[in-house]
Design a protein around this ligand. Sequence first.
Ligand SMILES: Nc1ncnc2c1ncn2[C@@H]1O[C@H](COP(=O)(O)OP(=O)(O)O)[C@@H](O)[C@H]1O
Ligand SMILES: [Mg+2]
Length: 267
Amino acid sequence: MTGLSIENISMRFDLPNGSFVQALKDVSLDLGKGELMSVLGPSGCGKTTLLNIVAGFLAPTDGRIVLNGHTVQGPNAERGMVFQQGALFEWMSVRENVEFGPRMKGTPVSERRQSADHLLEITGLKDFKDKAIYELSGGMQQRVALARCLANDPDVILMDEPLGALDALTREKMQGLVLKLWKETGKTIILITHSVEEALLLGERLLVMAPRPGRIHREYRLPFAELGVDQDLREVKKHPEFGKTREEILSMIWEMEEEIMGRTEDA
Ligand SMILES: Nc1ncnc2c1ncn2[C@@H]1O[C@H](COP(=O)(O)OP(=O)(O)O)[C@@H](O)[C@H]1O
Ligand SMILES: [Mg+2]
């Protein structure tokens, strides 16, 4: 059995004052090998919590995560994480960052070198391999984060707003890179984003979550990620269906946020 199953996941955080937050309630989802899913939803709807549970950083209150037939018990290299920023080793070079996982695993030097060279090539980092992390721009650092994650050859890649800190132009380039890496490596990817456009571009499947309690609100299956592998992303955005779906999702999220505001004001 290959693929990722999120089975009836609920997560409740008990607070010191005796109250609790129901961060997730009964979230179920199957993701086939090689599928690319983006996740959207208002702030606080449990996106990061869900990703942390899939990563094995958090144990759910209820439910389980099954990957390739076995239940997830904790963090493991089969599930790689890419954060928004700050998770690189600043004191190591680009190459050393990319080779870190394989080195820890005891992969022979020549083998890990070769694999790192390939990853540095496809992420556009070849000419930067000896630079220190602090010498790189934010976009280049996220390239390193992607390459370092791929170097562990995970089955699933989990990304929590990986492009959220980048300027618009760099972000667009990086969106193209994510699509290219997805196609070249055939990895299963879950990508959280705040941007509706990014979710449309980077999700064959797009999940809209709703808050209080965090749950799945709606799922879309979209053609744009596949189109974006070969086409300019600006062209993809001109697709009539793209604009229509964007407006639909924007209204959906607006309504949720209005409702949250309303409830907060009433309280
Ligand atoms: N460790 C924690 N303790 C208590 N509450 C938490 C904790 N982590 C997250 N929460 C709460 O759970 C809800 C979901 O949070 P999160 O998953 O970070 O949402 P998102 O990533 O969608 O913005 C929020 O109400 C948040 O305050
Ligand atoms: Mg979050």
